[in-house]
Design a protein around this ligand. Structure first.
Ligand code: ZN
Ligand code: ZN
Length: 162
């Protein structure tokens, strides 16, 4: 088990979680669906193997919306206050969790690997220097360090065999 450990929680404090190791990747997504779901300009999600995510307290509620690909995107929220905590996306399903970085106790401890779907961003949003930006998606094989790309491939293989 990797030694980096981060904790986070919802706005009311009932739902707490711990996540171990470094994320496989961190995306700052500006797509119109993320804008709608968050009511904001974009979302920052850190993707982990679901087994590295431990729920410490609280109850969750699950909300299913359609992903851009047409599959089911499951948003897991605090049952008490409704804060969106993490998501399961169609391709990797329940094997992976895309955790909202803003729910971390120390959100500054992660930096996005990429800004994605910047073609849909609100016109006044300025993109940060030093973070690669993509009109839509990127190729993980090209962007991610080999060790993290291997983790992603293992997850994709698991999800394909479910
Ligand atoms: Zn809550
Ligand atoms: Zn998005």
């Amino acid at each position: 088990m990797p030694d980096t450990v981060r904790e986070g929680g919802c706005a009311c404090g009932a739902l707490r979680y711990r996540v171990s190791g470094e994320p496989i990747f961190v995306n700052n997504c500006h797509c119109s669906q993320c804008q709608k779901q968050t009511g904001s300009t974009s979302v920052v999600n850190m993707f982990y193997e679901a087994e590295y995510l431990t729920q410490l307290s609280g109850d969750t509620s699950r909300h299913v919306v359609k992903a851009g690909s047409g599959g089911d995107h499951v948003i897991v929220r605090c049952a008490q206050c409704g804060t969106a905590m993490w998501s399961h996306y169609p391709r990797l399903g329940e094997f992976a969790a895309g955790i909202r970085a803003g729910t971390l106790d120390d959100p500054a401890s992660v930096t996005p690997d990429a800004a994605i779907y910047v073609s849909e961003r609100m016109p006044w949003v300025t993109l940060p220097e030093g973070i690669p930006a993509f009109e839509t998606q990127y190729s993980p094989a090209e962007l991610l360090p080999p060790e993290r790309f291997e983790r992603l491939k293992r997850l994709a293989a698991k999800a394909a065999g479910r």
